[in-house]
Write a protein that binds this ligand. Structure first.
Ligand code: GLA
Ligand code: ZN
Length: 677
């Protein structure tokens, strides 16, 4: 079956029957229960290598044949995984070089965990090729198969000698000569000048980590290696049936995932994502707004990667088992969080995992079927309800909504921000600040794409680039052209300071160069210095007769012709511009010189959006805890508070109980009641 020809949204999850082969009655129950829960897809084989190849060269696919056939007979499709995320012990015992070199000193790691392998190892690649090829030969034309799932949550770095050799090749290819590398890494500092590429090692904890350009390059190199490995797996499975799409499940914390997802997405037919928001763990127990914003931003990133719907490959219907506090999903939250994914462009709601394991580390991670084996549970009823709801929503399948606004959340910029040494020790703000900008825009009830600096800017009316510290070659020009052509661009403090190798831009006495690099005329200002505030400190800024807080970072600006929107009120830089607007070409360039409280950001983006003529999804100011998204002409109004909320939509006042949502068809105002749960 072709995935695009399936008319419904998909509902299901990771199914691990190989854990249950000695329990035939459980396997019988599974199919029955899946049908009851409205499951139409399962992901098989994610960690099945030791069940598929129990000894080297001995392949046992009978159990999988049997399960695939039975699923198909019962109308359930299969996403089949290559098993390369975890290896059987026999493999590591026989070929120790497949294990990773550790971060401390590059020595081989002992067997254990997942992803703990070296993608430079030829033996590892060959063993993966063999098992993948066997699977592809065997299942590529199975009628249940709709997609390949390559590996699982690829991530991390290896620091071994084989990787060192590949890294040196990668560097030679990038820089050509060692002189150019020395220049870019600024190696005259601390006597680091290299005389040949063979002197460069992976940046382990106990070794060289002072050359930030090198550390960032190692992450880029490893990202390329992951993608190369993914491409190798893809080539094998595509050889047997090129019509079956491939995906890999991504997870997201930009600075911890050592993969450039913008690049990786090019190797995939469909992007998919594992979402584990920390519901009910926020400080405010009456509101899940901040958690919803976190999740929403990641969904908007996943959709924008290929500008088409993504698959929610994993989520949890109750409590995960790896949080500090493993809280149950409150009643209605499973439906609400699933609607958030769907409204953001998910074509599936899937779970990890279908049935709770009896042993090992995830035996208490929330699953659809608990150890009791029953369908008479709150979680099962919640899942069944989502299954039934998704069935009614086939109008969404394959549909993506247009966004006029984009927020730049770029991987290379993020890893550089986390690596550089300045402003404050705790780097979490570099993740939080872009999210605060995203949140302020979201509160203005417009759709948003979360993009990278290499993404196409041309379809947007407003682009916001919080802390765009790194200006790779061409970025300044791209911003200039965007504004020239009528766009509104928002840039903030700590932007345009370094090139792609973390080398600072500089000027001379006759030809000085101030941040944001190359764009002083576009923004009508220059930045002279940046001050870091302690967590209990703030400055104040006035905007439209109200006072707001400036926090964390305050830049000392010099106005070169921009219109002032807000000024600092205190400290030795009182009176300097904190927020400006500058007309340039046909568009506007906005600059925010400080981080601020959420209230200012909301007002500021209200101004930007109003002036760019973008229509709101609903004609209402932000109502606390109400999120609004639009997909395929449907407006999703979602209440992330435990309390009742009211919002005016299309001339009607809508009332939502705690954790309730409605879907409104733009053309059929009255139908919203039907969407109520
Ligand atoms: C990740 C993995 C799954 C499982 C879940 C839940 O997303 O892909 O295998 O471990 O987390 O913890
Ligand atoms: Zn390695």
């Amino acid at each position: 079956m072709k995935i695009d020809e399936i008319s419904n949204l998909l509902h299901g999850g990771d199914y691990n029957p190989d854990q249950w082969l000695e329990y035939p009655e459980i396997l019988d129950d599974d199919i029955e229960l899946m049908k009851e829960a409205g499951v139409n897809v399962v992901t098989l084989g994610v960690f099945s290598w030791s069940s598929l190849e129990p000894e080297e060269g001995v392949f046992t696919f009978e159990w999988l044949d049997n399960i695939m056939d039975r699923l198909y007979e019962n109308g359930i499709y299969v996403i089949l995984s290559t098993p390369s995320a975890a290896r059987p012990p026999w493999l590591a015992k026989k070929y120790p070089e497949i294990m990773r070199g550790n971060f401390m000193d590059g020595q081989r790691m002992p067997f254990g965990g997942r992803e703990n392998h070296c993608e430079s190892s030829e033996i590892w690649r060959e063993k993966v090729r063999i098992i993948d090829e066997k699977l592809a030969q065997h299942y590529s034309h199975h009628p249940a198969l709709i997609m390949w799932h390559l590996s699982n949550e690829m991530h991390g770095l290896c620091f071994c000698e084989n990787c060192a050799v590949n890294f040196r090749k990668w560097l030679k290819n990038k820089y050509g000569t060692i002189d150019e590398l020395n220049k870019q890494y600024w190696t005259a500092f601390w006597s680091r000048r290299f005389t040949g590429f063979d002197e460069i090692n992976p940046p382990v904890r106990f070794g060289e980590r002072q050359l930030h350009g090198q550390v960032i390059d190692y992450m880029r190199f490893y990202s390329d290696l992951h993608i190369d490995f993914l491409e190798a797996e893809k080539e094998i499975v595509k050889k047997y049936n090129p019509d079956i799409p491939v995906t890999t499940n991504m997870f997201m914390q930009h600075h911890t995932v050592k993969i450039n997802y913008h690049k990786m997405a090019k190797s995939l037919d469909i992007t998919s994502y594992d979402s584990y928001p920390m519901w009910h763990l926020g400080k405010d127990k009456t509101s899940e707004w901040k958690t919803a914003v976190w999740a929403s931003m990641r969904f908007d990133f996943m959709r924008a990667l290929k500008s088409k719907p993504f698959y929610l490959m994993e989520s949890v219907p109750s409590a995960p088992n790896h949080f500090e506090f493993c809280k149950l999903k409150r009643p209605k939250m499973h439906m609400l969080s699933s609607m958030l994914a769907v409204s953001s462009g998910a074509d599936s709601i899937q779970y990890f995992q279908w049935r709770k394991s009896l042993g090992a580390t995830e035996k208490f991670h929330g699953a659809v079927i608990d150890h009791d084996g029953s369908s008479d549970t709150r979680v099962f009823r919640d899942v069944r309800e989502v299954g039934a709801k998704l069935k009614e929503m086939s109008y969404l399948k394959g549909q993506k909504s247009k966004a006029d606004v984009a927020v730049i959340f770029d991987w290379e910029n993020m890893i550089a921000l986390f690596e550089q040494q300045n402003l404050r020790k705790d780097k979490e703000l570099f993740d939080k600040i872009p999210r605060a900008h995203y949140e302020a825009i979201l509160k203005n009830y417009v759709n948003i794409d979360v993009i990278g600096v290499d993404s196409d800017f041309s379809g947007y009316k407003v682009i916001s680039a919080p802390m765009l510290y790194m200006f790779k070659d061409g970025v300044a020009d791209k911003i200039r052209r965007f504004v020239e052509n009528g766009g509104s661009f928002v840039l903030t403090h700590y932007s345009g300071l370094v090139n792609e190798n973390d080398l600072c831009f500089h000027g001379t006495r006759r030809n000085p160069a101030f941040a944001p690099h190359g764009l002083n005329d576009v923004f009508g200002l220059r930045v002279n210095e940046i001050d870091a505030l302690c967590d209990d400190e703030f400055n104040e800024i006035s905007y439209e007769d109200k006072t707001f807080k400036a926090i964390n970072f305050c830049e000392l600006t010099e106005n070169l012709g921009a219109k002032t929107l807000a000024r600092y009120e205190h400290d030795f830089y009182a009176g300097l511009d904190a927020a400006t607007e500058n007309e340039y070409g046909g568009g506007k360039a906005y600059y925010l010189a400080c981080n601020t409280d959420d209230d200012f950001l909301y007002e500021f983006y209200k101004h930007v959006i109003d002036h760019s003529g973008i229509p709101r999804i609903v004609d209402s100011g932000y109502v606390k805890d109400i999120m609004v998204k639009e997909r395929a002409g449907r407006k999703f109004i979602m209440n992330f508070s435990t309390e009742k909320r009211r919002i005016g939509v299309d001339g009607e006042m809508i009332e939502l109980e705690g954790y309730e949502y409605v879907i409104i068809e733009s053309s059929l105002k009255k139908s919203y009641q039907e969407g109520k749960i």
